[in-house]
Write a protein of this length. Structure first.
Length: 349
């Protein structure tokens, strides 16, 4: 089947939406589908080393041609600038939601109503039950997957660090809350070794915050990491913290951390509790004191830590690439069948 995946964000940008798009494209390609990824993210065509075609920042004519040439379109979260050809050329369409429509940080909440209207063009799917509930739209939940070939415990890496944060250094991700929690721990005599992995506009401000709180010596800022370097860094930590104050659709970072052997503590933020499951505690949002207490308990209660860690292997079975691909293929086959004569003939699965 010829499948066009449209995604506003894609590599070399780093984030959950980008990861989800790449895992899906690689997986569908490995199953014999002809996959093309269209993205608004700039990059070097020469540097793209993917087993599928990547088209970056296409012209309107090129985008319309690509929709015509493919049997089905999978939109990796709704993007109006990539969706408009479906108003002209009818193709089976799946809209995979990765953000809450009305609070989409990418395009702004003022476009939420228009995106909600555009959702009627296709079949909607959701990265978590929390996102499905917030959208108030029908459609299945298809959980994101993690790359098990990259993320696994590195046995040659000493697990000699305590807390790791992985994500964009932006307010809604809550890295400042984690710094406040670490400062509280330090004042009580607990001095954990922490790492901030990621980049973003608040990098300088966060370093200044750590310095002002007297914990700059406890926190290492690595900048963005990928692939093996990221997995090795995660493998050096006991606990991952996800202190989001925004409404997260899901948390692939939680899966990656657990796969590398971290117990995860997260906030009551959208789909974060679904990603963590029985593998770590959940604390209120925007509450550094509650986060500090949870971190201290995990770092000093060996029995509780072991209980959470022992739950990880069974929990991760829900988020394999095979599970994702089976559900995605089934949905594509369903929407193609329903489209019938209203779209171009599709190749068999």
């Amino acid at each position: 089947m010829r499948i066009l995946i449209t995604t506003f964000a894609f590599a070399p940008s780093i984030g959950g939406m980008e990861t989800a798009a790449e895992i899906l494209a690689r997986g569908l390609t490995s199953r014999g589908h002809a996959v093309t990824v269209v993205t608004s993210t700039p990059g070097s065509h020469e540097a793209d080393n993917f087993p599928f075609k990547v088209v970056r920042q296409p012209s309107r004519g090129e985008l319309l041609r690509l929709v015509r040439e493919n049997d089905a379109v999978w939109q990796n979260h709704i993007s109006l600038r990539l969706l408009w050809p479906l108003l002209i050329v009818r193709r089976p369409l799946v809209i995979m939601h990765h953000l809450v429509l009305e609070t989409d940080v990418g395009s702004g909440p003022e476009h939420g109503w228009l995106k909600r209207l555009a959702c009627k063009l296709g079949t909607n799917a959701f990265a978590s039950e929390a996102l499905q509930k917030a959208a108030r739209l029908p459609g299945p939940v298809i959980y994101n997957a993690y790359d098990s070939e990259t993320f696994y415990p590195r046995l040659d890496v000493s697990r000699d660090r305590d807390i790791v944060f992985l994500g964009r250094l932006r307010t809604y991700k809550g890295p400042d809350i984690l710094i406040d929690a670490i400062a509280q721990l330090a004042r009580s005599g607990v001095r954990p070794r922490a790492t901030m992995i990621g980049g973003g506009p608040e990098d300088t401000a966060l370093k200044a915050q750590a310095d002002a709180a007297g914990v700059a010596d406890l926190i290492t800022f690595t900048g963005p990491l990928r692939g093996d370097a990221l997995a090795r860094q995660l493998s050096a930590h006991r606990v991952m913290a996800i202190p989001s104050r925004g409404e997260e659709a899901f948390a692939i970072t939680a899966l990656e951390g657990m796969a590398c052997g971290c117990v995860v503590v997260g906030t009551q933020s959208g789909g974060v509790p679904e990603a963590i499951g029985p593998c770590g505690p959940i604390v209120p949002q925007d509450d550094p004191t509650a986060l500090a207490m949870a971190l201290q308990t995990l770092l000093h209660n060996d029995a509780l830590y072991a209980r959470y860690k022992n739950a990880i292997p069974a929990h991760l079975e829900k988020f394999t690439v095979t599970t994702l691909l089976d559900a995605s293929e089934a949905l594509l086959k369903s929407v193609a069948h329903k489209a019938g004569g209203h779209s171009a003939p599709t190749r068999s699965f």
